[in-house]
Write a protein that binds this ligand. Sequence first.
Ligand SMILES: Nc1ncnc2c1ncn2[C@@H]1O[C@H](COP(=O)(O)OP(=O)(O)OP(=O)(O)O)[C@@H](O)[C@H]1O
Length: 216
Amino acid sequence: MNAADLTVTDLAVSRGGIPVLEGVSFTLPPGRALVLRGPNGVGKTTLLRTLAGLQPPLAGTVSIPADAIAYSGHADGLKATLSVTENLGFWAAIYGTGALEPVLEAMNLAALRDRLAGSLSAGQKRRLGLARLLVSGRPIWMLDEPTVSLDAASVALFAQAVRAHLAGGGAALMATHIDLGIAEAALLDLAPFKARAPGAGGRSMAFDDSFDEAFA
Ligand SMILES: Nc1ncnc2c1ncn2[C@@H]1O[C@H](COP(=O)(O)OP(=O)(O)OP(=O)(O)O)[C@@H](O)[C@H]1O
C-alpha cells in the first residue's frame, strides 16, 4: 500500500438502516481497475456510495488520498438548461480544470456541444455524464453502472477513456455487468445475503483469483 492507494479494510455498509455488506477489504493501486460484481440488490451501489463519502460506513476503515474521487452514480448529474459545453465548463470550474475540447472529442460530444443537456437522448446524456469524469482531473473514478444506455460504439469509447485514465496513473472502481475488455481490471465478487443462524459468521465476499494475480 502507498499513499496513492485506495485501501478498504473490513468495511461494513448499510442502506435504509439495514446492514447490506460486511467484511469488505481490498486495495486499489494507481493504474488498476476493480470491477464490483454481484446480483441485483447485493450492495454494489451502497458500497460505492459509502466509499464516495455519501454515507457513513457501519464499521471498518477507508483510506483515500485527499480530493481523489470522481463519483458517477445512476443519475447523470446534468444541468438540463445548460448546453453540453456549459455543463462541462461548470464542472471544469468546480474542479479547477480546463481543456474541454479533448473531452468533447473523447466522448463523441463535439457535434452536440451547443445542445441543451435536457434535449439529449439517454445515451447522449450518459456520455456527457461520463465526460464529467474526464473534466474532473480526479485520480480515482467510482462508477455505478456507467454503460447504462450506451450503444456498442459508446461503450468502446468509454472503455478507451478508462484505459487512458489507468495508463495515466488513475484508478477506477466500477459496478458493471459488462465486460469492458480492460486488461488492468480485476474482479471483486460480492456475495449475496444468506440467512444465517444466530452466532454464525458474517456475510462473505471474496476476491476473484484474478484479482490477486493482477495485483501481485
Ligand atoms: N433508498 C433505499 N432505501 C432503503 N433500502 C434501499 C434503498 N436503495 C436500495 N436499498 C436496498 O439496499 C440493498 C442494496 O441495494 P444496492 O442498490 O446497493 O444494490 P446493487 O447491488 O447496487 O443492486 P443493482 O444491481 O440492482 O443496482 C438492497 O436490498 C436494496 O433493496
